[in-house]
Design a protein around this ligand. Structure first.
Ligand SMILES: C[S@@+](CC[C@H](N)C(=O)[O-])C[C@H]1O[C@@H](n2cnc3c(N)ncnc32)[C@H](O)[C@@H]1O
Length: 242
């Protein structure tokens, strides 16, 4: 696995370690948004957290146990240097692709292994298609199926929506669409570097009291089982309106 990749790796870690003041507002926005996500705090699954460079240590420490999954072989080292969580397990694993195709199987597996855990997609959903290509229609179907798979869980995602390099065309990260139906999406600016600006979205869901009814049972593999999302949280971010 290369240390230099479009969605993360060494260049990303370098930027994160040297962009303190530039990322300050974005980090604050993410921290405030996580504060109001009232998920259970026994166990947290992080998908694509890299070194956790935009995640607040104090918030992570509330969780008794964290399981983190990222492609990047260095991510776990940077994560623990930053956060020093006493009960973190970091796994180097591809969470979206199997045999060259988009697949929900890796997420299904970890949901099965951790039936009570809350899930945070850490600015990863807008990066998945930077690593490999897929048909746009297949990708949007994948997002709808993912939402269905997560039914009954507390989960949240912040994700790139658009990005722009100086002098280049805007990139659409294909994270809008009907998979977000019924959720309030907040918008945060992320000035990634001097030349690159990202617009991110953030959504969160809180499972009903009493814990998840069994996400896998509810998963039909297709779009929509007729079940409604149990509860959605959302606040208005700084300078934002729903
Ligand atoms: C923008 S970075 C996340 C930054 C992170 N939220 C932070 O606070 O620093 C995106 C991460 O997603 C990971 N990633 C991309 N595709 C992945 C995949 N298929 N499976 C697992 N992780 C993936 C990358 O390795 C990278 O670390």
């Amino acid at each position: 696995m290369s240390l230099f990749r479009p969605s993360g790796g060494l260049v990303y870690h370098w930027r994160a370690l040297t962009s303190g003041w530039r990322w300050r507002t974005f980090r604050r926005d993410v921290a405030q948004w996580l504060e109001i996500w009232t998920c259970p705090t026994e166990e947290l699954i992080l998908i694509g957290p890299s070194g956790g460079h935009t995640l607040p240590t104090s918030w992570l420490r509330r969780f008794e146990k964290i399981e983190a999954y990222d492609l990047d072989p260095l991510a776990g080292i940077f994560f623990q240097l930053r956060h020093r969580h006493p009960h973190l397990k970091f796994h180097q694993r591809d969470m979206f692709w199997r045999e060259g195709r988009l697949s929900l199987a890796p997420i299904q597996e970890i949901l099965r292994e951790h039936p009570k855990a809350s899930l945070l997609f850490c600015n990863v959903l807008g990066q998945v298609l930077l690593e490999r290509q897929a048909d746009e229609g297949d990708w949007y179907q994948f997002l709808k199926d993912l939402r269905q798979l997560l039914h009954g869980r507390s989960w949240a995602s912040y994700h790139d929506m658009y990005s722009q390099e100086k002098g280049a065309d805007e990139i659409d990260h294909l994270t809008n669409g009907s998979w977000l139906d019924g959720l309030i999406q907040l918008h945060f600016d992320w000035p990634l570097s001097r030349r690159s600006h990202h617009s991110t979205g953030a959504v969160s869901v809180v499972a009903p009291l009493g814990g998840p009814p069994g996400a896998l049972k509810g998963f039909t593999g297709g779009a929509g089982s007729g079940e409604k999302e149990s509860d959605c949280t959302g606040v208005v971010g700084p300078g934002d309106s729903p």
